[in-house]
Design a protein around this ligand. Structure first.
Ligand code: NAD
Length: 440
């Protein structure tokens, strides 16, 4: 039988949980988080002004010739939040619900993320409003290339270095890199990270985000005196971040009792056979559809119930605003590891803090991806490629330092880990901005 959450569930209407809340605006969330940390640090208005707003917002219309000969125009964005500590850095997502505010929030979080793990980059993010599942491979390639061509003046190894995000992958990065290199008449692998290995990708980049999340979980478990071996885990989202976290945690002896993706949530009290789920996904157009027919898990009635399971660890690894003031009180996990960006609203955060949940904030928890992206950029510029062992060792060091600095700030200021991560990041940014001063 599918497990149910605590008995305080709101009334279900027509068999579905009634959602009483409005979806939070991601940028509003981001600014609330920023303001909280600024208050802890006691920054002056001038210091805040130097680092808060995005430095550049680009919006482009991309006309694409479809396979049937018609023309469709797609809206797309690139936001460079900061270049104070280095070139802007951040992924590009292809999703029908992309909005400018979402991209601004994600770009801001990239600035914070690079700073908290001390990677010498600023922050950026991009998005195209599209459901890539409705495009043929050729249409997807033309859209990807057109996007990069439209941004040609604003990106580059020393300006802005994109990467994969939701619904983009190494193939899309290869098209990006090729488009830029052809336009500039020079092989330029460092213009984008997350490329296939054959054309300058880094070993270990495919699992880096999940690896970073798991390094954080190891440290959090130590701090909380929890044994990861035998710990129960629920994971929302079974893409790059979610599926790899599942596999790495399984190797550490954790029991993954629930996984979900866009097709629904799948539960097995004894632990889901993660290898089988990964294989199933590979054989079914990269989704878990009908996974319950394997007999290895049952499908949950409401996928959102996954978030409320009685587990030790919850890993939201899909989209923003999944835990809100509506459902936060029913979350039972002791640790939440935010592999996704912005999965908790500020109101949810408050409830979880009050309930003593240890939240590893996104800007720290999923920073493994950008850290190995940094290694990829370094390798591209050196023209010398590291073995996976070196990537893993360096990633461990960066994540450990990031986690320890954050935990230290959390204890020093007596604030939750999220506020502490922003404190660490904003302190570094403020220092860099002051050292650079104002141009003219
Ligand atoms: P992905 O496209 O590989 O996977 C996303 C997964 O979420 C898919 O399994 C999809 O089916 C699932 N999903 C979508 N909507 C869902 C819903 N409503 N309920 C449950 N599952 C749903 O993307 P990813 O790269 O794994 O990114 C996931 C999150 O992690 C995003 O927030 C992203 O910004 C963040 N992130 C990713 C990386 C990275 O390196 N991939 C780095 C940092 C942060």
């Amino acid at each position: 039988m599918s497990p149910t959450a605590k008995s305080t569930k709101p009334v279900k209407k027509n068999g579905r949980r009634k959602r009483r809340y409005m979806t939070m605006n991601a940028y509003t969330n981001a600014m609330l988080q920023f303001d909280q940390a600024v208050e802890v640090l006691g920054l002056t208005p001038d210091q805040v002004a130097m680092i808060k707003d995005p430095r550049k917002i680009i919006q482009v219309s991309l006309p694409i010739r479809m396979d049937d000969g018609s023309i469709r125009v797609f809206q797309a964005y690139r936001v460079q939040h900061s270049i104070v500590r280095g070139p802007a850095k951040g992924g590009v997502r292809f999703h029908p619900k992309v909005t400018l505010d979402e991209v601004k929030a994600l770009a801001f979080w990239m600035t914070m993320k690079c700073s908290v793990v001390n990677v010498p980059f600023g922050g950026g993010k991009g998005g195209i409003i599209v459901d890539p599942r409705t495009l043929s491979l050729g249409e997807l390639e033309r859209l990807s290339r057109r996007y990069f061509a439209a941004l040609a003046q604003d990106i580059g190894p020393d300006q802005d270095v994109p990467a994969p995000d939701v619904n983009t992958n190494p193939q899309v990065m290869a098209w990006f890199m090729d488009t830029y290199s052809m336009r500039h008449g020079a092989h330029t692998p460092a213009v984008v990270t997350g490329k296939p290995l054959e054309i300058g990708g880094s070993r270990g980049r495919d699992i880096a985000t999940a690896q970073g999340t798991v390094y954080c979980l190891v440290e959090a478990a130590k701090h909380l005196d929890m044994n990861l071996e035998g710990a129960t885990v629920a994971i929302q989202g079974f893409g790059n971040a979610g599926a790899n976290s599942a596999e790495l945690l399984r190797k550490k002896g954790a029991r993954i009792v629930a996984i979900s993706d866009i097709t629904g949530a799948y539960y097995n009290k004894k632990g889901i056979d993660i290898k089988a789920a990964v294989e199933w996904k590979a054989d079914h157009d990269v989704i878990l559809t009908d996974f319950e027919t394997t007999g290895k898990a049952e499908k949950m009635d409401n996928p959102m119930d996954l978030l409320e399971l009685p587990v030790d660890i919850l890993i939201p690894a899909a989209l923003e605003n999944q835990v809100t003031e509506e459902n936060a009180g029913r979350v039972q996990a002791k640790i939440i590891a935010e592999a996704a960006n912005g999965p908790l609203t500020p109101a949810a955060d408050q409830i979880l803090n009050k309930n003593g949940t240890f939240v590893i904030p996104d800007i720290l928890c999923n920073a493994g991806g950008v850290t190995v992206s940094y290694f990829e950029w370094v390798q591209n510029r050196m023209g010398f490629y590291w073995p996976k062992r070196k990537v893993t060792e360096e990633l461990h060091w960066f994540m450990l330092k990031g986690f320890k600095s954050t935990l230290k700030a959390s204890l020093k200021h007596d604030v939750p880990m999220r506020v502490a991560a922003f404190v660490v990041a904003i302190e570094r940014l403020t220092k860099a901005a002051e050292l650079r001063g104002l141009y003219m």
